[in-house]
Each structure stands twice: as structure tokens, then as C-alpha cells.
Write a protein that binds this ligand. Structure first.
Ligand code: C5P
Length: 208
């Protein structure tokens, strides 16, 4: 069974995808990490993320970079969002994601275009979302817990800018795939969101 989990930043899709993978015993790929690795590689090279050639060259990142905690930073997230606009970058990362999705036994992938581009044949498609204010609040709390002092309004503006880029890009824009179940986590706690996702998967997969 392929489970595609798409949605905007800080919607809870990563947490949900991880929990679904554990629950259904499937391997999980956070595809945002691949774009973050490209962004980081480009940052290290001192390149311009808006230059398609520089961004494509950064797709050749070392595997070890995927383990680097710096990928989780807001700054690298911004780079990732900018490099992910280029069709060449999306093509370069396509095969790796597709192979992961098609492995025997199935997989869970989370990202922006899993249900639309990477695995349109996925039996289960979820689109996880939440209000911009709530997503900003979550990101802010997460940063507070890591000891990073930052203004909530700055985070909210950054999230809005990232949403704008992700939803308006010409190639593989962020959107709910046809047939996807939309899961709004704005008023849900972590456990509630996971439980709702498990129920949605079981229904879509015909397990109940
Ligand atoms: O999900 P995450 O915030 O880690 O993703 C970082 C950036 O990578 C996103 O803002 C988005 O622009 C890009 N991305 C993408 N397609 C994916 C996953 C992430 O374009 N499947």
C-alpha cells in the first residue's frame, strides 16, 4: 500500500506520516528533506537559489547531508522552498522518490506533490492542512523549545511566503490530489490528528 501525505509546512503532515508508517509497518520518506539537502548544498556553495543551474548542480549532494540537523532550520527551509521551484531540481529528485514509493510492500511518503506527481496511483492520499496562524504558532513553539528566540509575526510571514511559492509554482504546485481526504488539524491535538489519519487510511484502503 502506498500512502501519500501532502500538505503545507507545519500542518502536521510529517508527524502524521511517521505515525502512519509505524502503525502500518511501512517505510517512510520525508521528501522535504531531499529539497532541504539541495538547499543546504547550494547555501554551502554560496550559490543563488533562484538560479536554475546552480540549483541543479546542488542536487548532487552527499548522502551524509541528509542526516545533518541543520536541514531542519528555517533558513534552510527557505532555500529549499526556492530551489524546489525549478523543474530541473524536481526532475533530478523524482526517480529516487518514485523508487521509494514503488518498493515491495508499499511505503509512506510525505511532501507537496506525492499524490499528484510522485505516486498518483497511491491507494491512499491525505492532504493535511491547518490555518496559517496555527501553523505559525506550532513552528514558534517548536523553535522556543529549541531555545531559538524569534517573533511569531516573522514566522507567520515566512510561512505565508512559503505557501505562496509552493502553491503558485508552475511545476507540481502544492494542492490536494483528486480523491485525497483533506484532514484539517487546526483544532486537533497530536493524538487526535494521528487517530483521524489512521481512520482515513483504513477507510480509503478498504480495511473497514
Ligand atoms: O516539508 P518541508 O518544509 O521540509 O519542505 C521544504 C520545502 O521543500 C517546501 O517549502 C517545498 O517548497 C519543498 N518541497 C517540495 N516538494 C516536496 C517536498 C518539499 O517542493 N515533495
Amino acid at each position: 500500500m502506498i500512502i501519500a501525505v501532502d500538505g503545507p509546512t507545519a500542518s502536521g503532515k510529517g508527524t502524521i506520516a511517521k505515525a502512519l508508517a509505524a502503525h502500518f509497518g511501512l517505510p517512510h520518506l520525508d521528501t522535504g528533506l531531499l529539497y532541504r539537502a539541495v538547499g543546504r548544498q547550494l547555501q554551502l556553495a554560496g550559490g543563488n537559489p533562484d538560479d536554475p543551474h546552480a540549483a541543479l548542480a546542488a542536487c548532487d549532494f552527499p548522502e551524509a547531508l541528509l542526516e545533518d540537523d541543520v536541514l531542519r532550520s528555517e533558513e534552510v527551509g527557505g532555500y529549499a522552498s526556492r530551489v524546489s521551484v525549478h523543474p530541473g531540481v524536481r526532475r533530478a529528485l523524482f526517480e529516487r522518490q518514485r523508487t521509494f514509493a514503488l518498493q515491495e510492500g508499499g511505503a509512506v511518503l510525505d511532501g507537496r506533490d506525492i499524490g499528484t506527481v510522485i505516486a498518483p496511483e497511491a491507494q491512499v492520499k491525505l492532504f493535511v492542512t491547518a490555518s496559517t496562524a496555527e501553523r505559525a504558532r506550532r513552528r514558534w513553539l517548536e523553535m522556543q523549545s529549541r531555545g531559538i528566540a524569534v517573533d511569531l509575526a516573522v514566522i507567520e510571514a515566512d510561512i505565508a511566503a512559503r505557501d505562496e511559492r509552493d502553491t503558485t509554482r508552475a511545476d507540481a504546485p502544492l494542492m490536494a490530489a483528486p480523491g485525497a481526504v483533506v484532514l484539517d488539524t487546526t483544532t486537533l491535538g497530536r493524538g487526535e490528528a494521528i487517530a483521524a489519519a489512521i481512520t482515513a487510511v483504513r477507510r480509503q484502503a478498504g480495511l473497514e
